[in-house]
Design a binder for this molecule. Sequence first.
Ligand code: CA2
Length: 144
Amino acid sequence: MARLLLVNGPNLNLLGIREPEIYGTSTLADVEELVRTAAAELGFDVDAIQSNHEGVLIDAIQTARTTAVGVVINPGGLTHTSVSLRDALTGVQLPFAEVHISNPQEREEFRHFSFLADIATVRVVGQGVSGYSLAVRRLIAALG
Ligand code: CA2
């Protein structure tokens, strides 16, 4: 069965535990389950990783080059800082969906720029955790 890689970046392990007014009450486990369900409905398996370490995320993306057909990623704060994450995604040449639970454009100015926005196949922002399911469906549709 074809696979997607789900990547959640720094601090997203705190989902459902802190700042529910911004990120809601669903946990990271709930998000991973949502993504697995949406993908399974369309015949895809999911490998999931969350890490607070940029290099670990980059290693997982590089591995996906031979194990997955696409990536769903919420890079957390690395969205706004990481050329290296962008380079990893460009390097593996996999289509990817960039997901944000909140809408960074409606928050502090330092969140307005994304290093991934111009190379993402799909972007879903501000839809809460249900944005992950939407991203899976849109990404799979884009795979053709
Ligand atoms: O809205 C999003 O999904 C973000 O990617 C979340 C990042 C933030 O830096 C981006 O600007 C937008 C932060 C992830 C931290 O997640 C937490 C979850 C619960 C409690 C504390 C942090």
